[in-house]
Design a protein around this ligand. Sequence first.
Ligand code: PLP
Length: 439
Amino acid sequence: VGTLSVGSVASPRGAALDEAARRVIPGGANTVTRWIGSPYAFTGADGAYVTDADGRRYLDYHAAFGAVLLGHNHPVVNQAVISAITDRPDLIGLGITELEIEMAELLTSVIPSAEQAVTVMSGSEAVAHSIRMARAVTGRPLLVKFQGTYHGWSDSVARNMISPPERAYGRDPLSAGILDAVLDATVIAEFNDLDSVRALYEAHPEQIAAVILEPIPHNVGALLPTQEFVEGLRTLTREQGSLLIFDEVITGFRHSLGGYQQVCGVLPDLTTYGKAMGNGFPVSGLAGRRELMERFDTAGGDVLMAGTFNGNRVSAAATIATVSYLRDHPDFYERTHRLGQRMRDGLAALLAENGISASVSGFGGTFNVYFVAPPVRGYRDLLRNDARAYVTFHRRMTDKGFLMLPIALKRNHVSGSHTDEDIERTLDAAGAVLKEMAA
Ligand code: PLP
């Protein structure tokens, strides 16, 4: 000990920073899963690369949990932020600014289901607002969530993400301190299994306010929805008088300009956004139909919508720059999807070559290896995932200079800065790691 590490490579400066951090920050990290058994201290980032405190460069597939989409320190986004704050009012806290209007006009023009949009500071807030809205609109108490999805830290949804078999589909809070009554107001279904949702409607008639889902549950890698499932959810929620909420905090802007709803053609009532929309600057959003959004008290309605820093200049400028860049570069998605596919195909070939039973998954620029035989359709299949092999693969890739978060079921991201050559180098390294693992 003494030389703690990034991956398992010694990192003396990282260890020193970790020690200093632990004195003043609980556990030495500002959010859960940043400290994961070895201290991660980074001092630089540029394009597809990050540099650690000891000067080692990593090709970054972690991408800040997907918040970095165009690449680190993107000059267009950085310049927009600098221009927006130079000689301008910093924060007034009354009324509206032109940048906020421009941001909402842009969001509503590219998100298929959005007639109005509000912006907040985190995905968790956007989700909490959407749940409260659903309860207000329907007058019903319950929320349907799927085993394996994550929707932020708020009490209604902080449960049942990577649950062990005995707690999957039951009560599995992510935190102490959540009231039982709140836990009981969220009921759990199986992703890609419409019958499991129907069963909840039968068990709780006229009690379900909303069904919330990550259209691709990326918090357990990349479970791909069947078209029948997303269309079925739309029909069922409509028939039952509930709202359908797409949590596109990861899929939004990453998989297409209009999010996964544009890909699958199914329009939710409310959508939450975050992460990639500001390319690393803090911003999230909630969008939906006008008659729902006008229930917010900002429009004279009865649903509280608040936040001191909402719509601040830095977040607005970063969002406008990122989303406009994506809109004006339609080849962006063609390119990241092609590189993502190349990675997935390459990994599948290497796994087969080494006789390792695994399933390669992902969509667009995301990729993921589940160490479980296919097919992987829902969380039930992931209960067979070999978590140790998953973490070993990611950790050994990180040791070789390819940053992949070594936590079971975390996905990887190709950004706008990765190149064909990067993918080739990654596959070469993956081939060596998988060969070692197969030996
Ligand atoms: N929704 C999804 C799908 C997420 O992945 C996350 C964060 O990882 C959140 C909501 C919460 O967002 P934030 O961490 O910005 O509060």
